[in-house]
Design a protein around this ligand. Structure first.
Ligand code: SF4
Length: 290
């Protein structure tokens, strides 16, 4: 069994940084909690809980406890910072600097009430966070079809959107989606300011997954079931390799028949820690030697 790991995979810079900030914050006298699961990976969340760092969904849960609240790499709306300040809750901002840059862009652009369009998934915490730094209308589109539907409501009779509009991307979307939305919109929005804010970590992972999945008989995509960047890696690999499997840990290998696979490729989402990859590699070696 030949095992190859995608050249870019696993923890990205922003996730690594948020985890380090959390491990630091837990040393505060009253301890720390994270706002939402720090990373879409149950293994990491379990490990943090063992270290005394639990997850909260509402700031009021820690009001008056002195606990520090860590903001995860996805970031949060501005109103969250305001609420923490008014409740006297200390924050550690683990927002990835690349996401923070998007907050600054939309915050600055929309000061006069100008509109922002985000290419991404409306319910994703990163998109919710970005929308929460906008001061005017916010539109979220996750496909070309959604953009066309938006146009039917917002484009004037002359076929143009005549107001200033900033276009940004959720950092984990596919480049092809950005390209198609941008190409379509740039012909219609008269005052478009577009910033391709897709993170390089994402595109590098997608490109190396794309290459590797076209060269192997079986592809394992490792990550949490709620991780959008891992889901996208899965979609890319599945197109090239029918035997593509989404797994979260070494235990999931039991459910896959790898006996007919001579060449196995592995890639991992940006929220997958090295220790999960190591477990999987060890397990694959055992299967290969059995
Ligand atoms: S994928 Fe990119 S933007 Fe998102 S946390 Fe990682 S480094 Fe930051």
């Amino acid at each position: 069994m030949n095992i190859r790991i995608a050249s870019a995979s696993g923890f990205c810079f922003g996730v690594k940084r948020a985890l380090e900030l959390t491990l630091d914050a837990r040393k505060a006298p009253a301890g720390a909690v994270t706002y939402g699961e720090l990373i879409h990976n149950r293994d990491v969340v379990r490990k943090l809980e063992q270290e005394g760092v639990s997850v909260i969904e509402d700031l009021k849960e820690v009001q008056g406890t002195g606990k520090t609240v860590v903001i995860r790499s996805h970031g949060v709306p501005k109103s969250f910072h305001d609420e923490a300040a008014s409740l006297g809750i200390p924050l550690v901002d683990g927002t990835c600097p690349f996401v923070k840059k998007i907050h600054r862009l939309v915050d600055g652009f929309s000061q006069d009430g100008s509109a922002v369009m985000i290419v991404g998934t409306a319910t994703h915490p990163e998109v919710v966070g970005i929308a929460g730094w906008c001061h005017g209308p916010v539109f979220v589109v996750d496909s070309l079809e959604a953009l066309v539907a938006w146009e039917s409501q917002n484009i004037s009779a002359d076929g143009h959107f005549s107001h200033p509009l900033m276009l940004v991307a959720q950092t984990t979307i596919r480049l092809s989606l950005w390209d198609s939305v941008y190409a379509h919109l740039s012909e219609r929005a008269m005052h478009l300011v577009a910033h391709n804010t897709i993170c390089k970590a994402t595109s590098e992972r997608q490109a190396s997954a794309e290459t590797l999945s076209s060269e192997v008989d079986c592809m394992l995509v490792v990550g949490g079931p709620h991780s959008s960047n891992t889901k996208k890696l899965y979609e890319i690999c599945k197109k090239n390799c029918e035997n593509t499997y989404f797994i979260e840990s070494a235990a999931d290998l039991q459910m896959i028949n790898l006996l007919n696979c001579d060449n196995i490729g592995i890639t991992a989402g940006a929220s997958t820690p090295d220790w999960v990859m190591d477990d999987i590699l060890n397990q694959l070696k055992k299967i290969s030697n059995s």
